[in-house]
Design a protein around this ligand. Structure first.
Ligand SMILES: [Zn+2]
Length: 290
């Protein structure tokens, strides 16, 4: 018996000697969590834009540059979300692989101020979240091939979890009549969510929280909300709620609570993982339609 334990201990030690911990930097907290769940104990993850932070308007500093410099792998969303990233990567001297988590997503575009813009918020459908995890898993294995087996175990389990979350979300929305599936939020972060679960989202700000709504746009949005009978409105955890609150007040729409479209809550909060944030978003949106 003793011999068996000793052999087991030696085996573990040998495994520990080859296993390495990848130092991964993700551009924002949602992505950071997807990397952490996918890689398990084989990754140490830091997110540039932290909890409750806005990934569109982020202003990186010297600390972020130093963090990137030490990274083995950098994971970004792509699709134009992180406009600040290219300059930061150049400044940091990072020479490794930049993994684009949204690779292979079926994108859609919106017309904004006369321009055609690709919607970057692909992770807000859980099916896309699973695709992100699949891309990340492949990149982690490439960076640390010796840990392929361990990475596959954590990664595949997480991908399955996200696929189940997608089916769960569809089931939650199934009993809701089509005319009730409309909500008002601050900015257009739910395009992929809306397509996946058949919900219409209206918002005063466009695809980036940087865009500003004109008085005329606000007036026509108020008209549309009334005409469409949009019943509820939500604040977003990473944005100032004043504008959406004003619009809601002018229409009689009811507050549905808080959504987490592109930033997790701080550790210990109600949405401190991607899966929890997604489940929360689905739950409060469905509840507002009942
Ligand atoms: Zn956004």
């Amino acid at each position: 018996m003793k011999k068996v334990i000793l052999a087991l201990a030696l085996g573990l030690m040998a495994q520990g000697a080859v296993a390495k911990t990848l130092n991964v930097v993700a551009s924002f907290s949602v992505l950071g969590d997807i990397v952490a769940e996918t890689g398990g104990d084989r990754v140490k993850v830091t997110s540039l834009v932290g909890p409750d932070g806005d990934p569109h308007t982020f202003e990186p500093g010297a600390r972020d540059s130093a963090m990137l410099n030490k990274a083995d792998v950098v994971v970004v969303n792509g699709l134009g979300l992180e406009g600040w990233l290219d300059r930061l990567i150049k400044a940091s001297g990072f020479k490794g692989v930049v993994v684009v988590a949204s690779d292979g997503v079926q994108t859609h575009t919106l017309e904004e101020d006369g321009q055609t813009v690709t919607d970057p918020h692909a992770w807000n459908s859980a099916a896309n979240g699973a695709l992100y995890a699949r891309n990340i898993l492949a990149a982690l294995i490439k960076a640390d091939p010796q840990d392929e087996k361990a990475l596959k175990t954590t990664g595949e389990a997480y991908i399955t979890q996200l696929q189940q979350l997608d089916s769960w979300a569809k089931a939650q929305f199934r009993p809701i009549p089509p005319q009730k599936r409309k909500v008002l939020t601050s900015h257009d972060a739910f395009g992929y969510f809306g397509r996946a679960y058949d919900v219409t989202f209206l918002a005063p700000q466009g695809l980036s929280s940087e865009s500003e709504a004109s008085a005329q746009q606000v007036a026509s949005l108020i008209k549309q909300i009334k005409a469409d009978g949009v019943h509820s409105w939500f604040i977003e955890n990473q944005l100032d709620p004043r504008l959406v609150r004003q619009i809601a007040a002018a229409t009689g729409a009811q507050p549905g609570g808080e959504l987490y479209p592109e930033a997790l809550s701080a550790k210990g909060g109600e949405a401190d993982t991607y899966a929890k944030a997604f489940r929360h978003n689905v739950t409060v949106i469905v509840n507002s339609m009942k």
